[in-house]
Design a protein around this ligand. Structure first.
Ligand code: HEC
Length: 246
C-alpha cells in the first residue's frame, strides 16, 4: 500500500514537472473584451509574424468584423500579402522555404493558444528569447529550448542573456537550471511597454484560436440578464398562484 502511495506521488510530481517545465508561465493578462488591445495585436502580428506564420482558419473579413475594423483599414494597412479580403490568412512563405532558411517550417498559429493551453504560454514564450551563439540563428528560448524561431521582436525588447545555475544537487551531467535574464542591450521600448506588446499579440492569438469566443462572451451577458429577469417573473407568478390557495 505504502509503495502504491509513493508511486502515485512520484507520478503526480513528474506530471507537474512535465507540464510546468523549467520556466513558470507568466500571466498574459489577455482580455478579449479589450478591442484596442486586439487591434494592436493584429497590427503587430501582421508586421512581425505573418512573414512566416499563417492563421489559416481566420479570414480577413471575419477579423475585420470581429475587431471593429473596416475593409479599407484592413486592406490598406494590415494585409501585405495581396490575398483577397474574403480569404484565409495564409502566408507568402511556403513551408519548404522555411525549411531551407530557418531549418524548420513555421507552424500555422490559428490554434496555438488552445493547443498550448492558454495565451500565457505565448506571452511567456515571446519574453523568453535570449542570445545563444551556440544556436544556428544565435537565439534560444528558455520556455522552448532549441526553438528554431529567431527573436523577431528583439529591436523592441533589446537583447537578453540568460543566467543558468549549476544543476540541482551538484550532479555532473544534469541540465543547468534557468535563474534569470540580464539585459545585454536595451531595446526601443521600456520593459513595461514591451510587456504590453507581448500581451496584445497573445490576446490577438487567443482571439484567433476561437473567434466565436468573442461573440459568446457578448451573448453570455444577455443570457444572464434574461435568466435573472425570468427568475423574478417566475417568482412573482408563484406568489400570484399561491395567493388564492392560502
Ligand atoms: C523568421 C520566421 C518567423 C517569424 C517572423 C516568426 N516566427 Fe514564430 N516560429 C518560427 C518557426 C520556424 C517556429 C518553429 C519553432 C520550432 O518548432 O523549433 C516558430 C514557432 C512559434 C511558436 C510556437 C508554436 C508551437 O506551438 O510550437 C509561436 C507561439 C510563435 N512562433 C509565435 C510567433 C509570433 C507571435 C511571431 C511574431 C511576433 C512569430 N512567431 C514570428 C518562425 C518565425
Amino acid at each position: 500500500m505504502k509503495k502504491l502511495i509513493a508511486l502515485a506521488f512520484s507520478l503526480v510530481a513528474s506530471l507537474a514537472q512535465a507540464s510546468g517545465g523549467p520556466t513558470q508561465l507568466q500571466s498574459s493578462g489577455a482580455d478579449l473584451s479589450d478591442q484596442a488591445s486586439l487591434q494592436r495585436g493584429a497590427t503587430l502580428f501582421m508586421n512581425y509574424c505573418m512573414g512566416c506564420h499563417s492563421l489559416k482558419y481566420l479570414r480577413y473579413s471575419r477579423m475585420a468584423a470581429d475587431l471593429g475594423l473596416t475593409e479599407e483599414q484592413v486592406m490598406s494597412s494590415l494585409n501585405f500579402t495581396g490575398i483577397k479580403f474574403g480569404e484565409q490568412m495564409t502566408v507568402a512563405m511556403k513551408p519548404a522555404d522555411g525549411d531551407k532558411w530557418i531549418g524548420k517550417a513555421a507552424p500555422d498559429l490559428s490554434l496555438t493558444a488552445r493547443v498550448r493551453g492558454s495565451s500565457d504560454w505565448i506571452y511567456t514564450y515571446l519574453k523568453s528569447f535570449y542570445r545563444d551563439p551556440a544556436r544556428p540563428l544565435g537565439w534560444n528560448n528558455v520556455l522552448f529550448p532549441g526553438a528554431s524561431m529567431p527573436n523577431v521582436l528583439w529591436e523592441l525588447q533589446g537583447v537578453q542573456s540568460a543566467v543558468f545555475n549549476a544543476p540541482e544537487g551538484g550532479h555532473a551531467g544534469g541540465a543547468p537550471v534557468f535563474s534569470h535574464f540580464e539585459q545585454a542591450q536595451p531595446g526601443r521600448l521600456k520593459p513595461e511597454e514591451f510587456n504590453q506588446v507581448a500581451r496584445d499579440i497573445s490576446n490577438f492569438l487567443q482571439y484567433a484560436a476561437e473567434p466565436a469566443g468573442l461573440k459568446r462572451q457578448q451573448i453570455g451577458v444577455w443570457v444572464l440578464l434574461f435568466l435573472s429577469v425570468l427568475t423574478i417573473l417566475t417568482w412573482l407568478l408563484k406568489h400570484e398562484y399561491w395567493r388564492d390557495v392560502h
